[in-house]
Design a protein around this ligand. Sequence first.
Ligand SMILES: [Zn+2]
Length: 80
Amino acid sequence: MHQFCVSLDADENGSHIVHLDGCPGWPALKFTRLLGLYEYCDEALRAARMFFGQVDGCSQCIPQCHAQFQISELVSQAEP
Ligand SMILES: [Zn+2]
């Protein structure tokens, strides 16, 4: 199980970012709400949605839970 938190401040897309413990982008504690211990990031995102309508996974620590459009941007950049 891993500790997750969600940022109280929304990013430029209006999303509150969920982080995994140990992430270099983990915000200062006063800017976060701890979500508790979860095995998978999608469970942590579900918990974060109880506090904020729009949440997203951090691209650094839980890229598997990061918004799909970011991934498709990377894919399109890789095309010739
Ligand atoms: Zn993170």
